[in-house]
Design a binder for this molecule. Structure first.
Ligand SMILES: NC(=O)c1ccc[n+]([C@@H]2O[C@H](COP(=O)([O-])OP(=O)(O)OC[C@H]3O[C@@H](n4cnc5c(N)ncnc54)[C@H](OP(=O)(O)O)[C@@H]3O)[C@@H](O)[C@H]2O)c1
Length: 310
């Protein structure tokens, strides 16, 4: 059978699930979603009314090479995600193993500005992937709008504030659904081999402007208190966020504070053939997630709380 098959690692995550959705919607390749718990993942996708169905869930764990063989069987394209706290070496080992058994196209979720930042693991992963005998595409993504609906949801829903230590810096927020769609195109269409795309949203906004968009769409005052790094770390820590996670977030917002997160690129528009989604569209589509507690859903399953297309 000559059907093309693609494996999406991180297939249950913010971007991976958007890649899976986008590929399933296209319908021109067989889609396999990698997860450490296929039964739970299937349950989650299937309970989502907008899920369109034809996806195979397989066990895949970067830390367990014994899961790789079955997951890579018959696969020609691979979407790679470094999981939070994951090991760059494991990602590279898995990619090399995949290429050995016939994967010819690698699409990797990287970060904006990686080419100037050898400290982040993405830099080393990009370099390693370039050395493999397969076409690669790097998606150097800006800050995901979906972070508002996950990490910062409670501050917005319960306290009517966007509480991040970003000073007056701008960020070129991108909707993870657009990153996923760019990934699906890079996996299935011609013309993306050996390229790196800066995947950003359509505009750079500071957090006063972000709060303004939330207030407009949600119809209630939302403020940006512009907290210091210390205040932010204290609150995150008091909420029980693990220290490594708090430190990563502090690093990300310091980048914004220093004015290094605001670059806007045209790459997403060129690949998608339409402008990437604005923050206003994102907040409108996810507005249920930001409703105050009595009318809002829980954090249990962000996938099923989104109205509109994901
Ligand atoms: N957040 C941002 O604004 C932003 C911006 C640019 C780039 N990035 C990059 O995006 C990546 C994270 O992507 P995301 O936000 O889409 O992920 P995510 O929502 O945090 O989800 C993590 C995914 O990794 C999977 N996973 C966790 N441990 C794994 C393991 N040992 N083996 C295989 N899979 C594992 C999880 O699947 P299961 O639990 O189902 O196994 C899940 O699908 C990071 O590398 C980050 O640097 C983030």
């Amino acid at each position: 059978m000559s059907e093309r098959r693609v494996l999406v690692t991180g297939g249950t995550g913010t971007v991976g699930s958007a890649v899976v959705d986008s590929l399933a919607e296209r319908g021109d390749v067989a889609v396999r979603a990698g997860t450490r718990d296929p039964a739970a993942a299937r349950e989650r996708f299937v309970s989502d009314p907008s899920f369109n169905g034809d996806v195979e869930f397989v066990r895949f764990d970067f830390e367990k090479p014994e899961t790789w063989g079955r997951a890579f069987e018959g696969v020609s394209g691979l979407f790679l995600v470094l999981p939070p706290g994951g090991s760059a070496d494991r990602v590279l080992d898995a990619a090399a193993a995949a290429v050995r058994v016939g994967v010819s196209r690698l699409v990797y979720l990287s970060v904006l500005g990686v080419e100037r930042n050898p400290v982040v693991p993405h830099w080393r992963i990009e370099r390693g992937l370039r050395g493999l005998d397969a076409a690669h595409t790097f998606l150097r993504a800006s800050f995901f709008m979906q972070n508002f609906a996950e990490v910062h949801r409670r501050d917005i829903a319960e306290r009517n504030e966007v509480f991040v230590p970003a000073g007056n810096g701008e960020t070129s927020f991108v909707d993870a659904r657009d990153v996923g769609e760019v990934g699906a195109k890079a996996l299935t269409e011609a013309g993306h081999a050996n390229r790196a795309y800066d995947v950003t949203g359509p505009a750079a906004l500071d957090y006063d402007e972000v709060a303004g968009v939330f207030a407009d769409v949600l119809g209630r005052p939302i403020s940006y208190p512009n907290p210091s790094l210390l205040r932010f770390v204290r609150r995150a820590y008091a909420r029980g966020r693990p220290l490594p996670f708090v430190l990563v977030m502090a690093g990300i917002y310091t980048t914004a504070r220093l004015g290094l997160a605001g670059r806007v690129s045209d790459d997403a528009r060129r690949v998608l053939g339409r402008p990437p989604r604005s923050l206003r569209t994102f907040v409108t589509d996810y507005r249920e997630r930001f409703e105050p507690p009595d009318s809002s859903a829980t954090d249990a399953d962000p996938r099923s709380k989104v109205s509109g297309d994901r």
